[in-house]
Design a protein around this ligand. Structure first.
Ligand code: SDX
Length: 396
């Protein structure tokens, strides 16, 4: 397509950030104002009746698992949880950078996935069977990377280094156990499990689209996932769950322990005046609310209520903030807002929130990589040139 400057044709129409642009078809997920659907199943149905393992199988394999398929799939994940020594050694070496903040867990997770790719015997293959094997190995190992990273930050022995954790724990339960060395309560385990279901897939979001662009060149699964992790880290995307909790902590520091509504509203007005983006709010597609947010908010609030006044006060502050955002800006919270509060009252360290998002979204990313490879066409849009008009080098 000729660029505008060269042909003096009117600039082609485009929308910044590809807003509203249909960039492809997918059988995996539908993100609409009315419903969020994974391969035909609505998110409230899945959050109420499914486990993350059910959803991971559905996304990766393409249908609801039979009892036998699910049992075999769970055993595969458990058998693949442990990490190769080279990755463990890298995580230990990354310890000082993690402790002094030079590297954050999302960076270290991204590198660990890259090293896993270097060591995966199927690394260079992109056929469906090899891709599915790699997707299962990454789904199994990413929680172990997160757990070991947290153990190293805490200066403690690695939990489950040889075994990848406790084979009797679910995927969600083992993730908590690997990070903390403690078995989660049934309530904690189910809350993490539902958060993983909610985070698993969301059609052509920025990180998934990045994974499809990489897969579209016929590059490999680990490369696509490494790129997707880099994209998800950003605070406008997955990094918002950490940034939302940081924002609430900032409000708490500024207004003190009591939820003085006038002080919170004044804090918000100052943020509006400074044109601050309030983390955990707004969405490129959802304009009437994120279907996932109320589900996680309800689960997190129940944990806060079981814990005590301070934790309930956090949720009440969040509810004052979101009511004001809706009233004054008509902007709803997205899933990252309740996620921050929920993981916080569960004692999960803030820098692990987005890595936990990765532990879930690996299933969505891998499903899209497999879909792209299965019916590929290079993803290469055009741009409108707005640079200098043509000139001769020798005239300079
Ligand atoms: C995720 O895409 C997905 O599906 C992503 C995700 C997934 O599951 O993969 O759902 C996960 O990434 C959720 C989003 C997490 N990000 C945040 O919470 C960061 C804060 N949110 C904003 O930066 C923003 O809402 C975006 C980036 C999420 C979406 O922004 P858009 O569609 O580009 O909209 P915009 O920035 O153009 O905002 C439109 C207007 C602007 O006002 P004006 O400049 O026109 O006056 O709304 C305002 C914005 O200033 N606005 C906000 C705001 N979000 C939008 N103002 C204050 N705080 C906000 N959070």
């Amino acid at each position: 397509m000729a660029t505008a400057a060269a042909s003096n044709a009117p600039a082609a129409s485009f929308t910044r950030g590809l807003e509203g642009v249909v960039a492809g078809e997918t059988e995996i997920c539908s993100v609409e104002q009315g419903a969020l659907i994974y391969r035909g199943y609505e998110i409230h149905d899945l959050a109420q009746h499914a486990t993350f393992e059910d959803v991971a199988f559905l996304l990766l394999v393409g249908h609801r698992a039979s009892k036998d398929e699910l049992r075999f799939f769970k055993d595969e994940l458990i058998a693949n949880r442990a990490l190769p020594n080279q990755v463990v050694e890298y995580l230990r070496a990354a310890g000082p950078m993690l402790k002094d903040g030079t590297a954050v867990p999302m960076d270290v997770l991204r590198t660990a996935v890259s090293i896993l790719g270097n060591m995966d015997k199927d690394a260079q293959k992109i056929d469906a069977e090899a891709n599915l094997r790699k997707a299962k190995r990454l789904t199994a190992k990413i929680p172990t990377v997160i757990g070991h990273m947290q153990n190293i930050i805490d200066g403690r022995d690695l939990v489950g280094q040889e075994t990848g954790g406790d084979a009797n724990l679910s995927h969600a339960g083992n993730l908590y156990y690997m990070m903390t060395g403690k078995k989660p309560s049934a309530q904690y385990e189910r809350t993490i499990d539902v958060s993983l279901i909610l985070y698993a897939e969301h059609d052509y979001n920025a990180s998934t689209f990045a994974s499809r662009v990489i897969a579209g060149t016929l590059s490999d699964m680990h490369g696509a996932v490494t790129g997707a992790i880099a994209a998800l880290k950003g605070p406008l995307h997955g990094g918002a769950n950490e940034a939302a909790m940081d924002m609430l902590s900032e409000i708490r520091r500024d207004i003190g322990p009591a939820n003085d509504k006038a002080k919170i509203e004044a804090w918000m007005h100052k943020a509006f005046a400074e044109k601050r983006k309030l983390m955990g709010f707004g969405h490129r597609v959802y304009k009437n609310g994120d279907h996932r947010a109320p589900i996680l908010h309800g689960l997190g609030r129940k944990i806060a209520e079981a814990q005590g006044a301070e934790q309930v006060a956090l949720f009440e502050m969040g509810e004052i903030v979101q009511a004001q955002m809706l009233r004054e800006k008509n902007i709803h919270p997205n899933v990252d807002f309740p996620c921050g509060m929920t993981y916080f009252v569960m004692g999960i360290p803030v820098p692990q929130y987005t890595p936990i998002f990765v532990a879930s979204r690996i299933t969505g990313w891998a499903a899209h990589v497999m879909e792209q490879h299965a019916n590929n066409r290079l993803i290469r849009p055009v741009s409108v040139y707005t640079g200098p008009a043509l000139k001769k080098w020798k005239d300079a």
